[in-house]
Design a protein around this ligand. Structure first.
Ligand SMILES: Nc1ncnc2c1ncn2[C@@H]1O[C@H](COP(=O)(O)OP(=O)(O)O)[C@@H](O)[C@H]1O
Ligand SMILES: [Mg+2]
Length: 260
């Protein structure tokens, strides 16, 4: 069976270290897959490989059956796969709306961006993008602050803006790396609800986080990574009760173990 996202034996070495090693997993259409694991387990490297930020040493990434291994992030964005921007990539001096508009350019070749801004057809496309971005800002409750500098927003709102940037590229799959790191419990609940709303639109989600309460309330399945490998994958409660998982955390003395 073809899954929306199929990862086969993905491997990436950094010098002598296999940060990700023989990693095989899949994500179904409209699913929310969580990825957990101790620091250094290879989670960020895995989604960087899948989203084209770095190239694999070996292995395959397939989107709806098409081999997209090693393609650049803007090409993958056109195929519907986007790695969500962190708050650090939100331009604090630009307005919320200007930041959000960047997402509309995500799926374009750099040369096309210039054309996009100049020709008549481009103007029409731009108007469509503005409408799309306005609708997204409205939908995720950022319309009232769209004219403010992004840097002046509370951290939780900046996270939501990061998601708007990604959604403006009209993805089929979004991948989020620690979307609630550093947020309060209340802000984390808000981000969880936002991601659930995004899924209701038919978008598939891959999310990494250490906050187990957040992950339990969000994910359909959770994959646990340890030392570049998949340790186990299953329902959130099953996985979190698995002695191997607890050992992987405790064995590395990780603080997140206390939150399982
Ligand atoms: N660009 C890089 N160069 C060298 N080593 C790296 C690089 N990126 C990650 N690593 C190493 O790969 C391993 C996995 O890192 P990472 O994917 O960031 O783990 P996680 O996100 O699970 O904490 C770590 O040992 C890390 O030091
Ligand atoms: Mg990481």
């Amino acid at each position: 069976m073809t899954h929306l996202l199929d990862i086969e034996k993905l491997t990436r070495h950094f010098g002598g270290l296999a940060a990700v090693s023989d990693l095989t997993f899949h994500v179904d259409e409209n699913e929310i897959l969580g990825i957990i694991g101790p620091n250094g387990a290879g989670k960020t490297t895995a989604i960087n490989l899948v989203s084209g930020v770095i190239r694999p040493s070996s292995g395959h990434v397939r989107v709806a059956g098409e081999d997209v291994t090693g393609l650049m992030p803007h090409v993958l964005a056109r195929k519907g796969l986007v790695r969500t921007f962190q708050s650090t990539t939100v331009y604090g001096e630009r307005t919320v709306r200007e930041n959000a508009m960047r997402g509309a350019y995500l799926g374009m070749y750099p040369g096309a961006v210039a054309a996009f801004l100049n020709t008549a057809r481009a103007r029409r496309l731009r108007e469509e993008s503005v409408r799309r971005v306005n609708e997204l800002l409205e939908w995720l409750n950022l319309a009232d602050v769209a004219h403010l500098k992004a840097g002046s927003l509370p951290y939780g709102h900046q996270k939501t803006l990061g998601m708007v940037i990604s959604l403006a590229a009209q993805p089929r799959i979004i991948m989020l790396d620690e979307p609630v790191a550093g947020l309060s419990a209340e802000e984390a609940d808000h981000v969880r609800d936002t991601i659930l709303k995004i899924r209701e639109r038919g978008i598939t989600v891959v999310v990494i986080d250490h906050n187990m309460r957040f992950m339990k309330g969000l994910c359909d399945r959770v994959m646990v990574m340890n030392q570049g490998h998949e340790l186990t994958t299953g329902l959130p409660l099953e996985v979190l009760a698995n002695p191997l998982v607890i050992e992987a955390y405790l064995g590395r003395g990780h603080a997140a173990a206390h939150r399982i």
